[in-house]
Design a protein around this ligand. Structure first.
Ligand SMILES: *Cc1c(COP(=O)(O)O)cnc(C)c1O
Length: 395
């Protein structure tokens, strides 16, 4: 059996997205800035995509800027708020400890440029607390950025409440919604969101395209200098085929969202129940307030990396947390943020199922993870120490 259980890393393109992309590449290959009909046709295709994307999140078309993906949107959101803040003498930014590196590394760069950053703690349930945000806001705060849903443990933040606090205090609110877009309902107006990042390849669109929503009146800083594309805020000939495919994928995901979420959360809960049976294991993050497809566990006494390789041998594509930390020996900053100690954080496994996942696949996953964990513990020196009482179990 071959099972793709890494949908948080990327998703397979949907047939509708592929069809939209191919159609653009073959027929609408003009440059949207050209004045002749072929160029204007491409322009129309691009603007249609903009309108479709905007509609899904309750925004206006002119509030959408196409980017090369989630990372670029995150960078542009933070840099824009920082530039606006600086003009007004405000140089303090608030975010959370378990953000994606596109946020954390941009904040680190801004700190070097003289900004100050407060990272809100993330509690054991994988959630930030609105009252802690309220307490962290200062007179000189120019941005709050908290992710909608975490990419490793899938926990979904109280976005509307966080947004309401920011609105009340007059501070712009950005959310990295890369994991949530196409999977959870989003209404930027009702949820008090001023800026939002999304990426097509996380909802069955192509890689290399995404968008930044910025509320009307919020002035963006451009990261790429050049032509006047995207209202002068993102130079470079537009990725028309990418935008069209992204819109097709998002429309489809939005239309089937409720049905998909219901199907996936039943399978997710079955998987969680099955993996809980493994002794000395623990689910990471709240069991309910999480993405419908996300399961993330720690198993004591094993190495996440060996687990992944052995699962791969059995046809299972999984992850230890984040594609960005694989290849490095540091445990996940997300798991450390929710209070897992190093040893335990090393034995993590993220399984992110998709809309097409089946009960049969879930049972295959449970059986194989159980077998591989048991096998690895069989020759783990840490496990031996735990069993002999030399070390104490944490989980
Ligand atoms: C994938 C991801 C990103 C980065 O998006 P890219 O399009 O791959 O640059 C940013 N934030 C989160 C939460 C993600 O899951």
């Amino acid at each position: 059996m071959k099972i793709y259980a890494d949908n948080a890393a990327t998703t397979k393109m949907s047939p509708a997205a592929v069809a939209a992309m191919v159609e653009c590449l073959e027929k609408e290959y003009g440059n949207p800035s050209s004045l002749y009909a072929l160029g204007q046709q491409a322009r129309e295709r691009l603007e249609k995509a903009r309108g479709e994307v905007a509609a899904v999140i309750g925004a206006e078309p002119e509030e959408i800027t196409f980017t090369s993906g989630g990372s670029e949107a995150d960078n542009q959101a933070l840099r824009s708020a920082a530039a606006l803040g600086k003009k007004a003498g405000k140089t303090h930014l608030i975010s959370s400890a378990f953000e994606h590196h596109a946020i954390l590394h941009t904040l680190a760069a801004l700190e070097k440029e003289g900004f100050t950053v407060t990272l809100l703690p993330v509690h054991e349930d994988g959630l930030v607390r609105p009252e802690e945000l309220e307490a962290a806001i200062r007179e000189d705060t120019c941005l709050v950025s908290v992710m909608y849903a975490n990419n490793e443990i899938g926990t979904v933040q109280p976005i509307e409440a966080l947004g309401a606090i920011c609105r009340k205090r007059g501070v712009p609110f950005h959310t990295d919604a890369v994991q949530a877009t196409g999977h959870l309902p989003i209404d930027v107006k009702a949820q008090n969101i001023d800026m939002l990042s999304a990426s097509a390849h996380k909802f069955h669109g192509p890689k290399g395209v995404g968008f930044l929503y910025a509320r009307r009146g919020l002035r963006l800083t451009n990261l790429i200098e050049g032509g006047a594309q995207e209202r002068g805020k993102r130079a470079g000939t537009e990725n028309v085929a990418g935008a069209a495919a992204m819109a097709a994928a998002l429309k489809e995901s939005a239309a089937a969202m409720e049905k998909n979420a219901a199907h996936m959360s039943v399978l997710r809960d079955r998987l969680i129940e099955g993996l809980k049976e493994i002794p000395h294991s623990a689910l990471n993050g709240d069991a309910r307030k999480r993405l419908p497809g996300n399961v993330n566990f720690c198993f004591e006494g094993i190495e996440g990396e060996s687990l992944l390789l052995l699962l791969d041998d059995r046809g299972i594509s999984a992850s230890s947390g984040s594609a960005c930390t694989s290849g490095s020996l540091d445990p996940s900053h997300v798991l450390l943020a929710i209070g897992r100690v190093h040893d335990v954080a090393h034995g993590s496994l993220r399984l992110t199922i998709g809309e097409d996942s089946t009960e049969e696949e879930i049972d295959y996953l449970i059986r194989n993870v159980r077998e591989v964990v048991e096998y690895l513990r069989g020759f783990s020196p840490i496990w031996r120490d735990l069993m002999s009482g030399k070390k104490e179990f944490i989980l």
